[in-house]
Design a binder for this molecule. Sequence first.
Ligand code: ADP
Ligand code: MG
Length: 662
Amino acid sequence: MGKHLAPKQKHELNFIKKKPTRVTGHQAEAPVRKAKREPVVKAHSERKPLRLPELGGHPAVFAVLAAVLLIAVRFLPLEGWMVPAACAVPALLCLVEHAGNAWEGVKAGRRLNDALLSCVAAVALFATGLYTESVLLLLLTSAVNFAVKRLSERAEAEQARISEIMPQYATLLTEDGAERVDPATVNPGDIILVRAGERIPLDGVITEGITTIDTMAVSGQRSPWAVNTGYKVYSGCRNLTSDIEIRVSRPLAQSTGRGVVRITEAASDFPSEQETMAARFQKYFTPTVTALALLVGLVLPIFRGAWIAYIRRAAVLLITARAAGDAFGIPLIYRRALALATAMGVFVKGKDCLESMARAETVMFDKTGTITEGRYAVTDAFPVQMSEKQLLTIAAAAESFSRHPISAAIREAAGSLDERMVKAVKIKEVPGRGISAFVGKRQVYVGNAALLEEHGIRCNIPARPGTAIHVSVDEHYCGYLLVADKVRRRAFDALETLRINGVKKLVLLTGDVISVARPVASRLNFDMLRAELKPEDKAKAVSYLMKNKGQRSTIAFVGEGENSGRILTGADVGIAMGSLGSDQALVNADVLIMDRDIFKVPKVFSISRTAFRVSMENFAAGAGTGVLAVLLGVFGVLSPLAAEILCFVLSSVLLANILRIK
Ligand code: ADP
Ligand code: MG
C-alpha cells in the first residue's frame, strides 16, 4: 500500500506519480475508488512485452535456430579460429533479439535493463573465449523471457476480455425509427433496441421481448439468464436469443459494464506493498552489482593483471545482477491473482486490496443479505384491535417505496390479500429502524421496537422469538408481524474455509434483534456478535476494531452492496456482495462480488493469501540467491556456466511458483 511510503521514497522508486485520478474518461463519472491511497502508475519493474524491430518472424525462431546451430557446432570437428567463427552465427542470431530489447529498454528510460546486462555479459564471455557459454546465456535468457511473456499475456487476456464488453454504439428507438448513436449520448428514459447476439450498451429494464442473456462478464455466472418484460438487464451482458427493447435507467457513466471495465483497467495502477519492496530491492541491487562488475572487470586487472579471468568474473556478476530481474515476478503474481478473481466475477480495485485481504485476521460480516439470503417472508401476524388483513395493508402501504428486503416481504404478503391500498406520502426511511409515513392523513410507523418507542409508543413483547416488525397508526399500537430470513446454504462451509485461510476472528454485525441473531451466530461459529445496531453503530464497531487491531494485520468487512455504504469504507478492505447493479458498491467497496455466492468470499481470500505467500517466497528465494551468487561470483567461486544455470533454474522455479495461484 502506497500510503506507507513518504512522498520522497515514492519518487526514489522511480514511479511516475500521477495525481489521484480516480475519475477516468468521462467527466461526470463517479470515482472508481475512494481516496485511501494514491494510485501509482506503472511500477518500473512492469514491462510491456517488447517486440523485435522490423526483423519479422517470431524471436523464438531465432532462439531455436541458434540452439540448433550451437548443438551442431559442438559436434563438428572444428579447430582454432573456426570455433569462434561458427559460434558467432548463433550468438549473433540471439543478440539481435536481446539488443533490440535492450535498446527499447534504454529508450523507455531503464538504462540498466535486463536485456542490456545479458548482452554485455554475452559479449564479455565471447571476447574471453567462452563461446558456448555466451550463446547459452542468451538462449536461456530468451527462454525465461518467453515464459514471463506467456504468463503475463495470460493474466492480461482476462483484462482484455473485460475491456471489450462495452459496445461502441446503441440503437436508439425514436419516432423516426432506429438510429445508431454513441451510448454516452443516450439518456435515462430513452428506449434502445438490442438485437440478438449484440452486447447490451446500457443498464435498463426490458420493455419488449423475451430472451436469454449471457451475464458471465459482469456476474461471473456461467449459465445464461432467462429474462422477460420488466426485468432489469445490465450493460456488458450479451443478448443471446432474440431482440429486446430496453428502457435505459442509467447514463453510460454510471452503468454496470462501464464501472466493471474501469475497475479492471485501474486495478494494476495500485501496486501491492510487496511489489514496491521488490522493486526497491531491484533498484539498488542491479546498479550495485553492475558497478561491482565494472570494478572487477575493468579496474582490478589494471593492478593485478589476469584480464581474462577478471572479465569472466565480471560477466558472472552481470548474470547474477539479472537475478532480481522482473522483480522476481511479483507484479506478475498479483496480476494473475486479479485475473483469477475477475474470471469468477469478483472485481478488485487494486493489487493492494488483495494484499490487505491476505493479511486480514478479522473479518466482519453484515447479517442480512450476506450471511442470510436477504429474502424475508412474513411468517405470522399479531394484530391488535384490527384484522390481520388491515395490519398488513397499512404496513405494506407505508413500505411501498422501501428497498429493504423486509419491505418486499410485507408487500408480498399484503399483495395476495388483493385489497386496494391507500397511497402513502411523506415517506421517511430510518436506516436500521424502519419507516415513518402518512397513509391517508394518519401517521404510520412500521419498524422495530426502537423506532416506535422513540415516538412514545409501547410495543408488545413478541410471543415468539423472531424479527418483529411493529406497526402503529396515529400513536396507537396496532400489533406486529413476524418476518424470517434463511441462512445461506453454504454459509457454514464458507466461514470455515475462511478460517482455513488464516482468518482468526469472525464477527457478525446486525441491526436485527439478538434473539434472531444469536442462534445464527452460534450455529455458524462466529467469535463475536453485535446485534440491534443502527447503521452508525455498525460503523463505530468497525472503527473500534480498526483502532485495536495488530499492527500488520487488517480488517475486512463483508456486507451487502446497497445498504452498507459507509461501513464498507471504514474497514481496510470493504467487500460487497450482490454488487451487480449497485451504485453504492461501485463507489464504496474495494472488492465487488457481483452475485450472491457467499463461497466467493473465501475463494478470493484464498487467491490473495496464495499470492501473498508466493510473493514472499519469490522475494526471499530471489534476493537470497542473488546476494549469495554475487558473493560467490566476486571471489571467482562461481563459473560463468554455473552462474547461467543457477539463474535459469532460479527464474524457472520462481515462475513455476506463480502457477500455484489458482
Ligand atoms: P441488518 O443489520 O440485518 O442488515 P438493518 O440495519 O437493515 O438490518 O435493519 C435493522 C432492523 O431495522 C430490521 O431488523 C428491522 O427490524 C428494522 N428495519 C429496517 N428497515 C426496515 C423497513 N424498511 N421496514 C421495517 N423494518 C425495518
Ligand atoms: Mg442491512
